[in-house]
Design a protein around this ligand. Structure first.
Ligand code: NDP
Length: 287
């Protein structure tokens, strides 16, 4: 059975259209657009592209997107003062500090400062704790994108065996907790896991978030499994490839995400969705 493609571009487009509608309704109700403020320190070329894409996507979705560009020699105190200022501004609903920061700066104290109600990246300890506890909060964007894609398949997760390969705070751990919240039976694999092939072969849902090209072999995949490939790697020809051996896995999976065009496009879409959610909750909290 050849699997169906889980088209991240199409699903992200749908999410962005939903965000636009919600942003318009928010504007009608509150007379302002949901505000997303991104902080970029220094001139890292990849970060500059990501930030520009976020700003542009925010504008198109009817949000008030704003980028604070700080010089590479910004001090810890100045960066923290900016975050405190954004926290205090009632018209700002989402704050995102683009990582990595220049090496003289420590990221954790800056992230710790972000008001949890504005933590649209979902990476602060408070947001992680709320997720762990199953309480409402802002969830990290890439894992949220994975869950939205699973939802789009219509596959029921309850009681299913899910394998998450990778245990980062950014992807692996939160996606595992989100699958658990949907009552999947979750296994987490990492660099010390033995018999990865056997773990993959048992899984009804596989989420690969490692950063190693084609680590997960197609022949390991269980017939009918849903496969989400978060990995972004470049092969020798400079082509983008995922953590899953796509062509072979597609022959066995029921649904599979391509790379590129799979999980990738979902991340910014979920950031926009988190910003509207933050805005709606913050306004509701004022009642
Ligand atoms: P990290 O490097 O933070 O984590 C990688 C994880 O993979 C670690 O937990 C590590 O285990 C595990 N790992 C390493 N080698 C193996 C192995 N041989 N077998 C099993 N597990 C292994 O990466 P991220 O989570 O930040 O990102 C993962 C991938 O996803 C990257 O390719 C990244 O570019 C991509 N990505 C894509 C996004 C998107 O928008 N599509 C967003 C974020 C990331 P251990 O903990 O033991 O070291």
């Amino acid at each position: 059975m050849a699997g169906q493609l889980l088209d991240g571009k199409a699903i992200a487009k749908k999410v962005r259209a939903e965000v636009k509608q919600r942003a318009e309704a928010f504007f009608e109700a509150h007379g302002r657009k949901p505000g997303l403020h991104v902080v970029l320190v220094g001139e890292d070329p990849a970060s500059q592209v990501y930030v520009r894409n976020k700003e542009r996507a925010a504008g198109k979705a009817g949000l008030d997107g704003h980028v604070h560009r700080l010089p590479a020699d910004t001090t810890q105190a100045d960066l923290e003062a900016l975050v405190a200022k954004l926290n205090a501004d009632p018209a700002i609903d989402g704050i995102l500090v683009q990582l990595p920061l220049p090496e003289q700066l420590e990221a954790q104290p800056v992230l710790d400062l972000i008001d949890p109600s504005k933590d649209v990246d979902g990476l602060t300890p408070m947001s992680a704790g709320l997720l762990m506890d199953g309480r409402p909060g802002l969830r990290p964007c890439t894992p949220s994108g994975c869950m939205r894609m699973l939802e789009e398949t219509g596959v029921e997760l309850e009681g299913k065996r899910a394998l998450v390969v990778g245990r980062s705070l950014l992807v692996g751990k939160p996606v595992a907790l989100m699958l658990l919240a949907k009552n999947a039976t979750v296994t987490m694999a990492h660099s010390r896991t033995k018999e990865l092939a056997a773990r993959v072969a048992e899984a009804d849902v596989v989420v690969a978030a490692v950063g190693r090209a084609e680590l997960v072999k197609g022949e390991w995949v269980k017939e009918g499994a849903v496969v989400l490939d978060v990995g972004i790697n470049r092969n020798e020809e400079g082509k983008l490839i995922g953590d899953v051996e796509f062509a072979a896995a597609k022959e066995r999976a029921s649904w599979i995400t391509p790379v590129p065009g799979g999980v990738g496009p979902m991340t910014i879409a979920m950031l926009l969705a988190n910003t509207v959610t933050a805005a709606e909750r913050r306004e509701a909290g004022k009642d």
